[in-house]
Ligand binder design. Structure first.
Ligand code: SF4
Length: 482
């Protein structure tokens, strides 16, 4: 409890139970089915048993890209890329419904807007054989539904077009220490919801593979999360290939870039691309059916330093070090203190220097005048807050080690903030106007703000209609002067 403020430790968790996401879920559950919005979230974040998905007609299906969420009329996700059995990947739209019978009863078959749907994603099949390839989620989720219920809305970002929020007035009347506590609690919810994903993947694939997947997703940074996730899923296959005595870093780069489809087909003799190609062609035939199609990558608007080729080169240098994941574990076992933890984690994760990528953005780019690190401090911070700490939290929780879990939480609370992105800038001004936030600026404060966006703003509109957050804050705010 805070001085002068009644503010129990699980307050934000209780508030979350009253948020739009939780209420919608409970309402729909009472009616015997999950809400469609929940299915869309599961699809958007691929909370599925991705390595073993089967359609209702028992065809193997691999989701190379889940598509882009469409909030207008028409199919729910557009421009997805899906591979059935060993056929070439196909690109098209995804429609999500509770039951397969709704394809017919909603009249999608006659609606030209749905002509490009390649996969009908449903909760469960109903009434007769499906009219198009159908994926039923109910038995193919990556965790039990109560675990997924508490995860819902826990990751990803939301659209940014909002005005000043109705919660800003009561928030201003909250004592500063209560604001600090509230954001801290919301941040902890966010850490734990991210950890739920690691727990599910750890259960399905093992802890180290779950870490690699998290690292690859983070390296995909917003636009290329899904192709990066897919490449991470292929790591066990790559590790089973015959040993190659060449430079391990180049072997891994060649594999990742070859599988990504981004290795030029006929690189010029004497170039670095040629060296990688000479390594790749020997393994290419064995991996041919896994090569990603070009449209799976989104390169428009990606800054040169974030180009997927550079990110894969970075992943390649880490994969070439067989002890890399163990070094992350050892870093945590060494009981790093907040004052030094960021520097020591940077040391543990630092990629070995790499001649070519120090001076090139991509394989085809001109040489840069100055050297460029493969891993900048911003990306490292992002990896720590979104991957390493949630992964460690999931592990300490699974290992029933509350003392270690507290150490993770303590590091998380003190971690330095990253740069404010557009969502953070907007939510700050929606919630707090021009006022500076009380307390120290940390990554956890940023994460707490993002969690409020996910739990409340994401289920309301620009006018904050039906958002329960202002009323919840009001209960703890000092009364308005009459
Ligand atoms: S939607 Fe709710 S949480 Fe978001 S700004 Fe409006 S009142 Fe605040």
């Amino acid at each position: 409890m805070l001085a002068g403020v009644t503010f129990p430790p699980d307050l934000y968790r209780d508030w979350r139970q009253q948020s739009g996401a939780a209420l919608a879920f409970r309402d729909a559950r009472r009616q015997g089915a999950p809400p469609e919005r929940w299915l869309q979230e599961l699809w958007a974040h691929q909370r599925l048993q991705r390595e073993s998905l089967r359609t209702t007609e028992n065809r193997r299906v691999v989701i190379l890209h889940p598509g882009f969420w469409n909030h207008e009329a028409g199919p729910d996700f557009t421009r997805a890329i899906v591979q059935f059995d060993d056929h070439a990947p196909v690109s098209g739209d995804i429609e999500i419904d509770l039951h397969s019978s709704l394809w017919k009863s909603h009249g999608h078959a006659q609606n030209p807007a749905y002509a490009n749907v390649i996969l009908h994603v449903v909760w469960e099949p109903k009434e007769g054989p499906p009219l198009l390839p159908t994926l039923a989620l109910k038995e193919q989720l990556d965790g039990p539904s109560d675990e997924l219920e508490s995860w819902v809305g826990g990751a990803g970002e939301m659209p940014v077009e909002w005005l000043a929020g109705q919660c800003s007035a009561p928030l201003r009347r909250l004592p500063p220490e209560a604001v600090v506590e509230l954001l801290g609690q919301a941040a902890m919810v966010r850490l734990q919801t991210k950890a739920l994903l690691f727990r599910a993947r750890g259960r399905a694939t093992g802890w180290h593979q779950a870490l690699w997947e998290g690292v690859f997703r983070a390296l995909g940074y917003k636009h290329n999360t899904w192709p990066m996730q897919r490449l991470a899923e292929l790591l066990p296959t790559l590790r089973g290939l015959p040993e190659n005595k060449a430079d391990a870093r180049e072997v891994w780069e060649a594999r990742l870039l070859g599988l990504s489809g981004m290795l030029p087909a006929e690189p010029k003799a004497g170039t670095y691309g040629r060296r990688l190609w000479d390594l790749w062609w020997r393994e290419r035939d064995a991996l041919r059916s896994n090569i990603l199609p070009e449209p799976v990558w989104r390169l428009n608007g990606v800054r040169p330093a974030n180009h997927p080729q550079r990110r894969l080169a970075l992943a390649g240098t880490w994969l070439a070090d067989p002890a890399w994941t163990e070094r992350i574990e050892q870093w945590f076992q060494s009981d790093p203190q907040p004052a030094d933890a960021e520097r020591s984690l940077a040391d543990a994760m630092k990629p070995t220097t790499h001649g070519f990528w120090k001076r090139h953005y991509t394989l085809a780019a001109r040489e840069l005048p100055g050297a460029l690190p493969l891993l900048g401090s911003g990306r490292l911070n992002d990896l720590a807050v979104n991957v390493v700490l949630p992964w460690l939290w999931a592990r300490t929780e699974a290992g029933a080690d509350p003392a270690a879990r507290q150490r993770v939480e303590n590091l998380y609370r003190h971690w330095s903030p990253g740069e404010d992105n557009a969502v953070l800038k907007l939510v700050k001004s929606r919630l707090f106007g021009e006022d500076p936030l009380p307390g120290k600026r940390t990554a956890a404060v940023q994460q707490g703000l993002l969690q409020i966006v996910r739990d409340f703003c994401g289920y309301s509109n620009a006018l904050c209609d039906q958002c329960s957050f202002p009323a919840l804050v009001e209960r703890h705010a000092t009364p308005e002067p009459s």
